[in-house]
Design a protein around this ligand. Structure first.
Ligand code: CP
Length: 313
C-alpha cells in the first residue's frame, strides 16, 4: 500500500526507529529478494561520478522488484556537456520517472535536487559529504556480523577527511553508542566538524596516526577506506599519503575472534589480497548487503509498505 514518498539525502535526516525499520526490511529482502512490488514504477539513476557497486546494486534492486530503470553512468554523454544546469536536468528527468537516485561530485547537490522537484531523491554520494545508502548497508553488515550496533569498538582507517562513507557512518552512530578509533595521517584526519559532532552527541573517539597492533587487536570492526585521488587538488600530496595505511593477513592474526574487516570498496592498496580468504574479511559480503539495504531504501522512498523482520529493540 502506498503511503508518502520520501527523499534520502543525509543519514542525519532519519531517526533511530527509521534506521531499525530499514534494517529489518533489508533482512526481509535478503530472505525475499525477488518480487514484483515495483511493477509500473520507473527509477532514474543519474551518476555524475563513477560507480560500480552503488549504481549496479540500485539498478539490480529495482530490477529484482519488477521496476524499470533509466539513466546514465557517464554525464559526458548528456546535455550537461551543452551547458544544461543540474536544476534543468532534475526537472526534465522528473517528468519521466517516480524516483531519482543520483551521485554528484558537488556537496549538497542531492539536497539541491530535492528543492527543484517533487519526486523523491536518493543521494548516492555527494562529494565528500554523505553516502547514506552506504551507511545503511554498513549498519546492516555490522549488525549481521556482531549481533548488535551498540557497545562496539570501531576503527576507521585511511581517508577520514574526504571519506563520505565514514562521515555518514558517524552521523548514524549517534543512535548506537560505540567507541571509535580514528586512524589517519595529519593530512587526512577526521575534520573538526565531525569531531565536534561526536562531542555534541556523546560519541567516544581517540585519534591515532599509527595503525598499531594495539589498535587492530582491540577492534570489533576495522573499516578501511581508500585514499581518494579524485578529491585531491595537489597530486603530490596524494602521492605522499596514498600508501600510508594497509592491512594484511599477518596483521590480524592476534585480533579478536569477532573482528570483521569492512571497506566500502573499491580498494587500491589498502587491503592486501592475502586477506580475501580470511573469514574476518567481510567486504565482499558487505557489498552484497547493499542490494538488500537499497531495496528497503527504494521502497521507503516510494512509500511502499513492506514487512519488517525486527533487527534489535
Ligand atoms: N562503495 C561505493 O560507493 O562504491 P562505488 O563507488 O563503486 O559505487
Amino acid at each position: 500500500m502506498a503511503t508518502s514518498t520520501k527523499s534520502l539525502v543525509s543519514i542525519a535526516d532519519i531517526s533511530r526507529d527509521e534506521i531499525l525499520t530499514l534494517l529489518g526490511q533489508a533482512r526481509y529482502f535478503e530472505e525475499n529478494p525477488n518480487n514484483r512490488i515495483l511493477q509500473g514504477k520507473v527509477v532514474a539513476t543519474l551518476f555524475f561520478e563513477p560507480s560500480t557497486r552503488t549504481r549496479l546494486s540500485f539498478e539490480t534492486a529495482v530490477n529484482r522488484l519488477g521496476g524499470r530503470v533509466i539513466g546514465f553512468s557517464d554525464a559526458s554523454t548528456t546535455s550537461s556537456t551543452k551547458g544544461e544546469t543540474l536544476k534543468d536536468t532534475i526537472k526534465m528527468v522528473s517528468n519521466y520517472v517516480d524516483l531519482i537516485v543520483m551521485r554528484h561530485y558537488l556537496e549538497g547537490a542531492a539536497r539541491y535536487a530535492t528543492e527543484v522537484t517533487d519526486i523523491p531523491i536518493i543521494n548516492a554520494g555527494d562529494g565528500a559529504n554523505q553516502h547514506p545508502s552506504q551507511t545503511m548497508l554498513d549498519l546492516y553488515s555490522i549488525y549481521k556480523t556482531q549481533g548488535r550496533l551498540e557497545d562496539l569498538d570501531i576503527t576507521l582507517v585511511g581517508d577520514l577527511k574526504y571519506g563520505r562513507t565514514v562521515h555518514s557512518l558517524l552521523h548514524a552512530m549517534k543512535h548506537f553508542p560505540a567507541r571509535f578509533k580514528f586512524v589517519a595521517c595529519d593530512e587526512l584526519k577526521m575534520p573538526q566538524e565531525y569531531k565536534d559532532f561526536c562531542d555534541a552527541n556523546g560519541i567516544k573517539y581517540e585519534e591515532y596516526t599509527e595503525f598499531s597492533p594495539e589498535v587492530i587487536n582491540n577492534s570489533d570492526i576495522i573499516y578501511m577506506t581508500r585514499v581518494q585521488r579524485e578529491r585531491f587538488t595537489d597530486i603530490m600530496e596524494y602521492e605522499r599519503v596514498k600508501n600510508l595505511y594497509n592491512l594484511n593477513n599477518a596483521m590480524v592474526q592476534d585480533s579478536r575472534d569477532n573482528l570483521r574487516i569492512l571497506h566500502p570498496l573499491p580498494r587500491v592498496n589498502e587491503l592486501s589480497m592475502d586477506l580475501d580468504d580470511n573469514p574476518k574479511a567481510y567486504y565482499f559480503e558487505q557489498a552484497k548487503n547493499g542490494l538488500y539495504a537499497r531495496q528497503a531504501i527504494i521502497c521507503r522512498s516510494l512509500g511502499i509498505d513492506i514487512p519488517v523482520i525486527p533487527a534489535q529493540k
